[in-house]
Structures are given as C-alpha cells and as structure tokens.
Design a protein around this ligand. Structure first.
Ligand code: DC
Length: 230
C-alpha cells in the first residue's frame, strides 16, 4: 500500500466581514467535515498574551506562548466553544479589541511558525474546512479548493455594525471602518504570510451578494471539484 492520502481541505481566506466564518461553518455542516477557525487561534493568543501582561510587539516573548498555549475547540450545537486554560473564552475573544490584539501577535514570523503544526493537525478525515488569511497560501498550499472572499471595507464595516447592534452593543460606524482599515493594512502589509489570495484561489467579491448567494456559489465550486457526495 502507498502512503495514506491526506484528508481533503477547502481553504476559505479573506479579510473579516466578508462572511468567511459563516460560509466556512455552513460548508462544514453541509459536508460533515472538520472546521479550523484559525483566526480564533490568533485571537486566543492575543488575549492570553495581554492577560499575562506580555508586550504584544515583542516577538521573543509571544512565540513561546504560541507553542505552549492550552486551548481547546469544543464543537457545540450552534457554535464552537473556545476553552483557554480550562475556562470558556468564546465571547471574550470575539470583541473588536481582541481582533486587533490578534492582528498584532499574528505579524510575528516566530508566532506564525509556532502555530503552524497546531493548525495542520486539524486536517483529519473526512476533510477540513479551514478559515483564515493564509490557509491557501501557507498552511494548506495543497488544498483541493481555495476560495478568497472579498468585499469593500465600507460594506464590511456596515455588516459588522449591524451584527454588533443586534447584540445590543453601541458602536460607531466611522470608528469601525477606521479599525477595519487599520487591521486590513496590518494584515496585508506584514512581511510573513500576508493576507493575499493564492495564485490558484477562486476570488469571490461579496460586496453586493447576500450570504445565501455566496453559499450557492461556494457549493457549486465544491461540487465541481468532486468534493461533495450530493
Ligand atoms: O478572522 P479573524 O478576524 O478572527 O482574525 C483575527 C486576526 O488574526 C486577523 O486580523 C489576523 C489574524 N489572522 C492571521 O493572521 N492569519 C489567519 N490565518 C487568521 C487570522
């Protein structure tokens, strides 16, 4: 017998606010595959680093924590609970502030290297849907399907604004747009694994599409690649 074939991967990359997380979860459920929310890993790391009082810009201080991080993803009915050091951190890591912490720690090459194997370990049969910024370029360059979702920064800020209002949080749209633009800049301009589509990625602009239209497009691509049974 030859070497076992690695489980198939569908990489879904792009900036936040494109519907990436929602689409990844829909596809995961539809196929019955595993899910890697790589942004959650960077968020947990930023959160844990700040809680320990580490300097987020100090690569040498953060990199060991990336390796030692005690984090578990527990699949629930509606979502995945994120457990850090034995305590539920799901809601704590979802804030805009934590997204910014994540983006800062994610800029360090040693941190990204430290999280690489942890991410690849999610690649299990029957398959993996991987959501992030560099899933198709760096973590799973041999993914069977690579999708890159984009949308204008204004539209992404509007979507995020609506989500936060629905959660009962008061937020300023202009401030959100400024935060999103700053996070995009940091993620796109960093030297290692910057946010960019893989050369073989299918780019879908969701600015004028609702989530069900994007879902249909993605499902069509999954079928075309022979990755779905239905
Ligand atoms: O997808 P998200 O908003 O949860 O990601 C939070 C931050 O983590 C994002 O601004 C950059 C970083 N990140 C990354 O650098 N690489 C990934 N694969 C996923 C996230």
């Amino acid at each position: 017998m030859g070497p076992a074939r690695a489980a198939p991967v569908i990489a879904i990359d792009g900036p936040s606010g494109t519907g990436k997380g929602t689409i990844a979860r829909l596809v995961k459920r539809w196929l019955g595959w595993h899910l890697l929310d790589s942004g959650a890993l960077y968020r947990v790391l930023g959160f844990a680093a700040e809680r320990r009082g580490l300097d987020l810009d100090d690569e040498q201080a953060i990199a060991p924590l990336a390796l030692a991080l005690d984090v578990a993803f527990v699949e629930g009915e509606a979502d995945t609970r994120v457990v850090l050091d034995g305590a539920d951190a799901t809601d704590a890591i979802r804030t805009e502030a934590c997204g910014a912490l994540a983006s800062r720690v994610a800029a360090h090459p040693a941190v990204r290297a430290g999280l690489l194997e942890r991410q690849r370990a999610f690649r299990l049969v029957p398959g993996l849907v991987a959501d992030g910024r560099d899933m198709g370029t760096v973590v799973f360059p041999d993914a069977e399907l690579k999708i890159f979702l984009t949308a204008s920064a204004e539209e992404r800020a509007r979507r995020r604004h609506k989500q936060l209002i629905e959660k009962g949080l008061s937020v300023n749209l202009a401030q959100l747009l400024a935060d999103i633009t700053e996070r995009d800049r940091r993620d796109t301009e960093r030297a290692v694994s910057p946010l960019k589509p893989a050369t073989d990625a299918v780019i879908l602009d969701t600015t004028h599409s609702d989530i069900s239209a994007v879902e249909d497009q993605v499902k069509r691509l999954v079928r075309e690649r022979g990755l779905a049974r239905t």
